[in-house]
Write a protein that binds this ligand. Structure first.
Ligand code: PLP
Length: 383
């Protein structure tokens, strides 16, 4: 007979778990089985079969019984070469850039210290800051174009003296680049580190990577996730060596597993393929943006990333999101995520076929929701 399940009393959970953690809902990743997945800014393209075979061949060499190289030295060398990381800068690898955000937060976390970022922005800055015990300062972007409000940001920096400032460039979920001159002023004014998060670097020509070293407090964060390697979980942080050496101390040993190290070294060498995929996504973005502009009922913002943010008519986002999912397309519903994102949806740029399916489903969902309007108006007249 199996032992009965034993659960801790609710009071014990309440006593032991930090109140700020209990107040949170766990980060939710929706089930995308059977759906066209346009919710998470992944590259939609796979690899041709011969390349896949070559990759699998390289994995034969990997010793699964051994721990990985703790620093991932061969992978670091490949990244330096392929990404053009200045030789004099330090480099740190993370299990996704999320882990590097966590390492940064852990490295500076002293009670009362603050982490600042711009809002609406990437939610993990606030969450990870909270996990590490940092206080969070969110500075609103300007409405309606989500431009950086330099005066407001400088005033917040002056008043709050944040240890860390995260700026996503381009920004998620708004897709825009901020004014580079404004960012320069922020770096110059910051009392702590400024991390320019270039997760969407493959889809824009702007970057602070070549400018590392111009300011002693500038770090650049990147990931391979959006360029087609999200499954590997690999991010990298580049910046002046004295910072990188200290942040490296909070890294758990062997954080980049052997399969990721070997696969990333192989994949990063497929520059032509990755570039072709990125180019195709950039073209797809232009076409998708134009098509969305032509759809009555949604207003898209321009984007420098591999996704597009759009606003629906007031109160329509939930119904459109559900209508799309019912037609087999999963996107991100941002309504309710932040006051400035009211009625907003975000779509990842997919393959041309996926984008066409999205547009077709969206047109139908819009018509359905307009039909609901007419029905509601009719019902109103009758009643
Ligand atoms: C701005 C930004 N930074 C970082 C990340 C996390 O990337 P990774 O997959 O490397 O953890 C994301 C993911 O969506 C993002 O939008």
């Amino acid at each position: 007979m199996s032992a009965p399940l034993s659960h801790p009393p609710a009071a014990q959970v309440t006593d032991l778990i930090r109140p700020e953690l209990r107040a949170l809902r766990a980060y939710h990743v929706p089930d995308a089985s059977g759906l066209i997945k346009l919710d998470a800014m992944e590259n939609p393209y796979g690899w041709p079969a011969p390349l896949q075979a070559d990759w699998l061949e390289t994995l034969r060499e990997v010793a699964l019984n051994r721990y990985p190289d703790p620093q991932g030295r061969a992978l670091q060398a490949t990244l330096r070469e392929v990404m053009g990381i200045p030789a004099e800068m330090g480099l740190l690898l993370g299990n996704g850039s999320d882990e590097l955000i966590q390492m940064l937060a852990l490295a500076v976390a002293v009670p009362g210290r603050r982490l600042l970022s711009l809002e609406p922005g990437f939610v993990m800055y606030r969450l990870i800051g909270l996990f590490a015990g940092l206080d969070y300062v969110g500075v609103p972007l300007r409405a309606p174009d989500f431009a950086l409000d330099l005066d407001l940001t400088l005033a917040a920096i002056e008043a709050q003296r944040p240890a860390l400032i995260f700026i996503a460039y381009p920004n998620n979920p708004t897709g825009n680049l901020f004014d580079a001159a404004a960012i320069e002023q922020i770096i110059a004014a910051a009392p702590g580190l400024v991390i320019i998060d270039e997760a969407y670097a493959p889809f824009t020509d702007a970057s602070f990577l070549p400018r590392l070293g111009e300011w002693s407090n500038l770090l650049v964060l990147r990931t391979v996730s959006k360029m087609g390697l999200a499954g590997l979980r690999l991010g990298y942080l580049a910046g002046p060596r004295p910072w990188i050496e200290q942040i490296d101390k909070v890294r758990l040993p062997y954080n980049i597993n052997v399969l990721t190290q070997a696969s990333a070294i192989f994949a990063l060498r497929q520059q032509a393929l990755l570039d072709a995929q990125t180019t195709s996504i950039r073209h797809g973005r232009s076409r998708l943006l134009a098509a969305l502009r032509d759809l009555p009922g949604v207003e898209p913002w321009p984007s420098e990333a591999n996704f597009i943010l759009m606003r629906t008519a007031p109160g329509r986002a939930d119904a459109l999101f559900d209508g799309l999912r019912a037609r087999g397309v999963l996107i991100k519903n941002l309504h309710g995520a932040h006051p400035q994102l009211a009625d907003c949806l975000r779509v990842t740029v997919g393959t041309p076929e996926e984008n066409a399916a999205l547009l077709g489903a969206l047109a139908k969902a819009l018509a359905e929701s307009a039909g609901g309007d007419v029905a509601a108006a009719g019902a109103g007249r009758e009643g």
